[in-house]
Design a binder for this molecule. Structure first.
Ligand SMILES: C[S@@+](CC[C@H](N)C(=O)[O-])C[C@H]1O[C@@H](n2cnc3c(N)ncnc32)[C@H](O)[C@@H]1O
Length: 291
């Protein structure tokens, strides 16, 4: 079964549930809200006003992250070189037929999304955009070598559902495509993903949570080589988060061939966790009263 089921999230914006991955595209609290708080605010797009910016959006899906990015960059008169990677054409195609989605965006953004949907590309005097359909693990190798990115968004299904795009090997491809001062942004605070990024030399920051629900300690991760961050949406990792990186949960997802099935990746990691001497993740949870 590979259906996409429409979901109306609490801020009124639409999303989908993937039957294949058995997971929603967005938090039920709000697709638009999630994009704004987890990807666009921490990107601090105002610094690119009247400047050029290179962006890579991995797991483009319906396109919320990039639509809101486009909307902000149009206002800021920025010049954009953009690539999107996505395995499934349907989410954007379906969303564009829904008024609740299209009314969120100004006509220029709709023009870009329509063009990406129909032709896979869009070009005008200051925007150059290409949406590449295929497995991000393969397609990332086909991006032009000379382009390095100011921003990389990774918005895949959760690591336990779609480990192939969170593997150490895939993340190491991103290391080669990001500028020194560039920011890698994701909603996940998974210890395995964070530890992989740290081992690749990135500095890690926590994206500040915006909801005050119990146990909502993070809105995700911002990783960068440049430690001089002046960003009100992020904080240094807390003691609790640093300890998380020393638990069994920090064992990376491994996909050395770039072709492994998610089931295989999960099995190998599970075995590695069984034989590991690292702190048990449940003990860490108990210590921080998350059990
Ligand atoms: C959580 S959803 C994306 C949310 C998205 N940013 C949005 O605004 O809808 C995850 C997306 O990852 C895509 N995906 C899953 N595996 C992929 C892969 N190997 N390569 C590229 N995209 C993939 C799915 O088709 C889905 O659209």
């Amino acid at each position: 079964m590979n259906n996409l089921i429409k979901v109306i999230t609490k801020d009124g914006s639409i999303s989908f549930r993937s039957e294949k991955f058995n997971e929603n595209f967005h938090n039920i609290g709000g697709a638009y809200y999630e994009t704004k708080s987890k990807f666009i605010n921490p990107s601090r797009l105002k610094r690119f006003q009247n400047k050029s910016i290179n962006v890579l959006d991995i797991c483009f899906g319906i396109g919320y992250n990039s639509a809101l990015l486009f909307q902000n960059l149009i206002i800021g008169l920025s010049s954009l070189n953009w690539y999107g990677l996505e395995i499934d054409k349907r989410p954007l195609n379906y969303a564009l037929t829904d008024k609740r989605f299209s009314k969120l965006w100004n006509p220029k953004v709709i023009e870009i999304l329509n063009s990406l949907n129909l032709k896979g590309s869009y070009k005008n005097h200051n925007f150059d955009c290409e949406l590449i359909i295929g497995d991000a693990r393969k397609e990332i190798l086909n991006l032009p070598k000379e382009v390095d990115f100011d921003l990389i968004f990774l918005d895949g299904f959760s690591p336990q559902k779609c480990p192939e795009i969170w593997s150490y090997e895939f993340l190491s491809q991103l290391k080669n495509k990001i500028k020194y001062e560039g920011c890698f942004i994701t909603y996940t605070s998974s210890a395995a993903v964070r530890k992989s990024l740290q081992n690749l030399g990135f500095n890690l920051f926590n994206i500040k949570p915006t909801l005050s629900k119990k146990n909502r300690w993070s809105n995700g991760t911002l990783a960068t080589f440049d430690n001089r961050q002046n960003n009100p949406y992020i904080t240094q990792l807390s003691e609790m988060e640093i300890e998380h990186l020393n638990t069994k949960a920090s064992i990376p997802y491994r996909d050395p061939t770039g072709e492994m099935l998610s089931k295989e990746i999960l099995e190998i990691r599970k075995k590695e966790q069984q034989f590991s001497n690292l702190l048990d993740t449940n003990s860490w949870r108990k210590k921080w009263e998350m059990a």
